[in-house]
Design a protein around this ligand. Structure first.
Ligand SMILES: [Zn+2]
Length: 102
């Protein structure tokens, strides 16, 4: 999976289409990510010692990584990141639009 935590992404399909947000968490094995303010689900929470009230909280649920595209932090365009292997064998992502490393 080419999306990492902290990436800025745009949702390209579904209910949240064209919403942009930051990746809060990535689950490479499931090919899913949690994007800030996207795909809220309501969760019932019991009162705890930290929060006395409990009740219903809204929380982001993971969405499929195929539903979003990366926004390049350098050129600000939606980008399909490419992977390049450097001489020292480290893998880097670079933007398909401006060619900068992301
Ligand atoms: Zn770029």
């Amino acid at each position: 999976m080419k999306i990492k935590k902290g990436d800025k992404v745009r949702i390209i399909t579904g209910e949240y289409k064209s919403v942009e947000g930051k990746v809060l968490k990535a689950f490479p094995k499931q090919n899913k990510v949690i994007v800030e303010k996207v795909n809220f689900i309501k969760k019932h929470q019991r009162p705890t010692q930290q929060s006395q009230s409990g009740g219903i909280i809204e929380k982001e649920a993971p969405i499929d990584a195929s539903n979003l595209c990366l926004i390049c932090p350098k050129c600000g365009k939606p980008s399909k990141p490419r992977i390049k292997i450097l001489k020292d064998k480290s893998r880097v992502r670079y933007c398909s639009k401006c060619g900068d490393m992301i």
